[in-house]
Ligand binder design. Structure first.
Ligand code: AMP
Ligand code: MG
Length: 482
C-alpha cells in the first residue's frame, strides 16, 4: 500500500533567485502529536499503513517522501510598514502534491530549521504556536473561509529557547501556494523585468489561468487579486477574526488566510479590537483590516508597474484607478455580507443605517459579536438583560419591518442567517486552555475542541461552555513569540 504522494514540483524549477535548495534539518526525537485525517482524505493521502514512528519521521522531515524537492522560498515584506528582505527563515516547501482531481497543493514544513533566510532566528518553532495555527486554520476552513490548512504537528524532541525553554515542533502546512505580495516585492526589488515577468506568468498559470490570454495580464492580475483580498477580509469581518500581522509577506496571492501568528477572534464587539502585544498603534485592529488590505494591494500594484505599460506614468495611472475603486467595492460587498447576517433579501438604502445602528448598540453595551447574531436567530447562548433594553427593542422593530419586504419569510431569513452566522468560534480562553493541556502532553481537550469547531453552523448538544466568552475581565493578549 502506498501513501499516495504525487509530487509535481514547479516552483523549485524557477530561476535561482526565487529560492534556496535546502532540506529540513533533522531533529532528535520526533513524536507525532496530531494528524489531520479529513485533510489527508481530501488530498488522497493514506497514512494508515504507517506506524507512529514512521509518520513522525515523515512529518519531522527526517525522512522525505519520494518525489519531494525541498526549497526555502525567497520573499520580502512590509512589516508594520517597513520594507525588509525576508524569505522562509524557518520553513521549507517540500513540494507540490497533486490530488486525484489534479488540484495542486504546496506541502510545507514550518519549524524545519535554518535556511539562508533565517537572519538571527533559530529556524525553529514551538509546540504551542504550531498547535494554535492548527486549531485556528482548521476552524477557519470549517467557517468556509479560504485558508491554508494543517496536516500534522510533530514534536521534535528538542527545546527551543524563547522567553523560556519550550518544546520544539513542526507543522505541516498545506496551501494553494505560498506566493505572497512579498514574493512580488522581493523580485521587483531586484529590478530585473524578465524575472518579474516569469513570476507574473507563473502566478497566472497556477492561480488565474482565465486571464492567461488577456490584453493586459498585469493589470488583470491586480484586479483579480483585489477581488480575492476583498472577499477574504469581508469573511474575516463576518466572523470577527483579527489576523494580527497583516504584513505584505503574510498576504497570499491566492486569497487564502495565511500565517496564523498573534491572531484572535473578537468576543465583545469593539471595532478597535487588537490582541497582539506588538501592535501598539492598532495598525492591524479589527476595523483597520480593510484599510490595510488596500494599503497592501497598493504595494502589490507598485511591483506590477513595469509590466502594465511601457509608459510608467500611464502604468501608474491605470493601477491607481483600480486601487481607488477599492472602497466602493469593499463597501458594497460588506453591506451584502451584513445583510446576509441579518437575513435581509434585496438591497435598500436604509439598510446601512440599520446595520450601523446595531453595531453601535453592540459596541456601547459591550455585547458579544457572535452571540448577538445567535440571539437574533433565536439561539440563546447566555441570558443577557441588555436584550430587554429599549434601544435594542426599537431597533428590533425596525429590523422586523425590514424583514417583511422582498417576500421574506422566517424560514427563508433564518436559513440565510444560519449560513453565515456561526454558533461557535474558537474562543480565546478555550484555545489557551487546550494548548496548556497539550503542552503537558494531554491532547484530549484539543481534540474535543477541534470536534466542536468542525460544525460551526449546526446546532450541537452540550457545547455551551465553548460558546460563552471568557468571564475573565483581563484583556486577552497574543504574542508574536512564535
Ligand atoms: P512571521 O512573523 O512568522 O510572518 O515571520 C516573519 C519572518 O521571520 C519570516 O521571514 C520568517 O521566516 C522569519 N522567522 C520567524 N521566526 C523565525 C525563526 N525562529 N527563525 C528564523 N526565521 C524566523
Ligand atoms: Mg510570515
Amino acid at each position: 500500500m502506498t501513501i499516495g504522494w504525487c509530487f509535481d514540483n514547479t516552483y523549485s524549477k524557477l530561476p535561482d533567485p526565487f529560492k534556496e535548495e535546502i532540506g529540513p534539518v533533522p531533529v532528535k526525537n520526533p513524536e507525532l502529536v496530531i494528524l489531520n485525517k479529513n485533510l489527508s482524505k481530501e488530498l488522497n493521502l493514506d497514512f494508515s499503513n504507517l506506524d507512529n514512528k514512521k509518520i513522525s519521521e515523515l512529518f519531522s522531515g527526517n525522512s522525505l517522501p519520494p518525489g519531494s524537492n525541498s526549497i526555502a522560498q525567497a520573499y520580502a515584506g512590509h512589516q508594520f510598514g517597513h520594507f525588509t528582505m525576508l524569505g522562509d527563515g524557518r520553513a521549507v516547501l517540500i513540494g507540490e502534491h497533486l490530488s486525484k482531481k489534479k488540484d495542486r497543493y504546496d506541502i510545507q514544513f514550518k519549524g524545519s530549521g535554518k535556511t539562508a533566510f533565517s537572519r538571527n532566528g533559530d529556524g525553529r518553532a514551538a509546540l504551542g504556536p504550531m498547535l494554535r495555527e492548527y486549531i485556528i486554520s482548521e476552524a477557519m476552513h470549517n467557517l468556509n473561509i479560504p485558508t491554508t490548512r494543517s496536516l500534522a504537528v510533530v514534536k521534535t524532541g528538542e527545546d527551543v529557547i524563547r522567553e523560556t525553554s519550550l518544546q520544539g515542533a513542526i507543522l505541516t502546512r498545506v496551501a494553494l501556494s505560498h506566493i505572497r505580495v512579498g514574493t512580488f516585492q522581493y523580485i521587483a526589488a531586484r529590478d530585473k523585468k524578465d524575472e518579474l515577468e516569469i513570476l507574473l506568468n507563473y502566478v497566472i498559470q497556477r492561480h488565474y489561468p482565465n486571464i492567461q490570454n488577456s490584453k493586459n495580464k498585469a493589470l488583470d492580475l491586480l484586479k483579480v487579486v483585489m477581488e480575492k483580498q476583498i472577499d477574504l477580509v469581508i469573511n474575516w469581518m463576518r466572523v470577527g477574526f483579527i489576523h494580527g500581522v497583516m504584513n505584505t509577506d503574510n498576504m497570499s496571492i491566492s486569497g487564502e488566510t495565511i500565517d496564523y501568528g498573534p491572531c484572535a477572534f473578537m468576543d465583545i464587539y469593539d471595532p478597535k479590537s487588537v490582541f497582539s502585544s506588538i501592535d501598539q498603534m492598532g495598525r492591524y485592529a479589527y476595523c483597520n483590516q480593510p484599510v490595510i488590505t488596500k494599503w497592501n494591494l497598493s504595494r502589490f500594484a507598485e511591483c506590477l508597474i513595469p509590466l502594465i505599460d511601457k509608459d510608467q506614468n500611464k502604468s501608474i495611472e491605470m493601477a491607481t484607478e483600480i486601487i481607488n475603486s477599492f472602497e466602493k467595492k469593499y463597501e458594497e460587498k460588506w453591506l451584502n455580507m451584513m445583510r446576509d447576517k441579518l437575513g435581509l433579501f434585496g438591497a435598500e438604502d436604509k439598510d446601512k443605517i440599520l446595520i450601523l445602528d446595531l453595531l453601535t448598540w453592540m459596541h456601547k453595551n459591550k455585547l458579544d459579536y457572535t452571540n448577538t447574531f445567535c440571539h437574533l436567530m433565536n439561539f440563546e447562548i447566555e441570558k443577557n438583560e441588555n436584550f430587554k433594553d429599549n434601544d435594542f427593542q426599537n431597533w428590533k422593530k425596525r429590523w422586523q419591518e425590514r424583514l417583511k419586504t422582498n417576500n421574506n419569510s422566517p424560514e427563508k431569513y433564518i436559513k440565510l442567517m444560519k449560513n453565515v452566522n456561526p454558533l461557535i468560534i474558537p474562543r480565546n480562553h478555550k484555545v489557551e486552555e487546550v494548548l496548556n493541556e497539550a503542552n503537558k502532553s494531554n491532547i484530549k481537550p484539543l481534540i474535543k475542541l477541534l470536534e466542536v469547531l468542525n460544525n460551526p453552523y449546526f446546532e450541537q448538544k452540550n457545547i455551551i461552555d465553548y460558546q460563552k466568552p471568557s468571564s475573565s475581565k483581563e484583556k486577552y493578549q497574543t504574542f508574536c513569540g512564535t
